[in-house]
Design a protein around this ligand. Structure first.
Ligand SMILES: [Zn+2]
Ligand SMILES: [Zn+2]
Length: 147
């Protein structure tokens, strides 16, 4: 039977010991957002509240920890932010931050996959969270509003 736990910014601290035992460590803290990295798989996760760069609305970024007979897995949840951007600010966001493209799985391949591309430097990943973490860390997305 699968059990699961939701890890948010609010309960991260009390869950940290166990997350560490399963290989997840804090890799970075950026403007109140916590970036975690799995020491075996290298996979990154982000927990916290992200502010929309256009209208200022906040959205939770969190992970789910799931227990399987074979071990523990983690899943990133970022779709509230992503859906908001896709519905409200798709054009600006894909011009200024992240663009979604479809390209061959590998060169010459007919099989096409979605990739999320950083428009500022060309970094890309098939995983939205990776590119999101990248633009937050490297290019300052989700900066606190100064005005
Ligand atoms: Zn917005
Ligand atoms: Zn970049």
């Amino acid at each position: 039977m699968v059990r699961e736990r939701t890890i948010t910014l609010e309960n991260l601290e009390e869950n940290m010991e166990r997350l560490k035992q399963f290989g997840l460590q804090v890799a970075d803290r950026v403007r109140g957002l916590i970036i975690l990295k799995h020491k075996v798989t290298g996979r990154k996760f982000i927990v916290g509240r992200i502010r929309c760069p256009y209208c200022g609305k906040e959205f939770p970024l969190y992970i789910k920890e799931r227990y399987w007979p074979t071990g523990v897995s983690y899943e990133q949840f970022d779709s509230e932010f992503k859906n908001h951007i896709d519905h409200e600010h798709k054009e600006e966001f894909s011009r200024e931050w992240i663009r979604c493209i479809k390209e061959p799985y590998q060169q010459g391949s007919w099989h096409k996959v979605k990739r999320y591309v950083c428009v500022k430097c060309g970094f890309k990943s098939r995983r939205y969270a990776d590119t999101l973490i990248h633009v937050i860390k490297v290019h300052g997305l989700a900066k606190a509003k100064t005005s």
